[in-house]
Design a protein around this ligand. Sequence first.
Ligand code: NAP
Length: 308
Amino acid sequence: MKKEKLIIVGSGPAGLTAAIYAARADLNPLVLEGPNPGGQLMTTSDVENFPGFPDGIMGPELISNMRTQAQKFGARCEMKAVSSVDFSDPKNLKLTVNDEEISAQAVIIATGSVARWLNLGKGEERFWGKGYTACATCDGAFFRGKTVAIVGGGDSACEEATFLTKFAEKVYLIHRRKELRASKPMQKRVFENDKIEVIWNQNVTDLKGETVLESVELTDTDTGEKSELKIQGLFMGIGHDPSTKFLNDSLELTNGYIKVKNHTNSSIPSVFVGGDVADWHYQQAITAAGWGCMAALDAENYLNSLED
Ligand code: NAP
């Protein structure tokens, strides 16, 4: 069986930042990049809020730069996905990768999460980045003075609807039921904001426009009646799915996200965690990168302690 000192699972900003730090600490990390190398930034166009790029940078270019930087210090990046793990022995962690078993002394899980999309099956991807987006924090500023909508009834949708009113002239919150799931204080902020109008009992069932999004089709969840809503931006606030399936209950989770203590420790002492796979709240490239850095420093400390 192939034996590794440190394996980093995931290749978004958390995984690649962990790789830069681990490689510079001579830990010779193996980065298993996963089924979608680069993660969510690969489908993000302009990134205007990552420090160090005053003119912005395209998401794929940012990822490519991070990978080059990690490889420069000796990180080995392989486009392979982990299908299952066996963490029953913390001193001999086992990962199954393309039917091969690899063992490691320490592992950093940085597999991120995936924003839920409508999945209408009607070619909606042609509007991605052209009015259809999942990140209000990242893209809200592009909609100054415009009319936008956000789908969802949870804390994310309500928080982001409120945030979007800083830029947009009008914000519709489209929810499929007659009652919000969000906490009461979050709901209050929505109901008290004059720029937000809640549209109840409606699903978005189609996106329309020539080259950019111009309107959405709404379908009433009670009557099935269809209507059209003219908007320039549609934000998804229907949650994220953290990528933890391959862990098969080997680590403790909270609401699907990996449970962490002392910043980066999972429930297994040799398994560290960084980025959105443990973060339901901030979910930013820069917070993921910072968390990846912390995971690498903690993994380094742990590996050093084995040599004492
Ligand atoms: P969430 O609580 O799971 O809410 C998702 C919302 O999207 C629900 O209202 C759901 O509708 C709706 N939805 C799901 N799939 C849909 C679909 N296909 N079409 C239309 N609507 C759909 O997710 P979240 O709001 O992202 O929050 C995740 C966690 O983070 C929660 O624990 C939340 O409390 C926490 N959070 C906290 C804060 C804060 O405290 N500041 C901020 C953000 C998030 P239904 O209600 O009908 O199921």
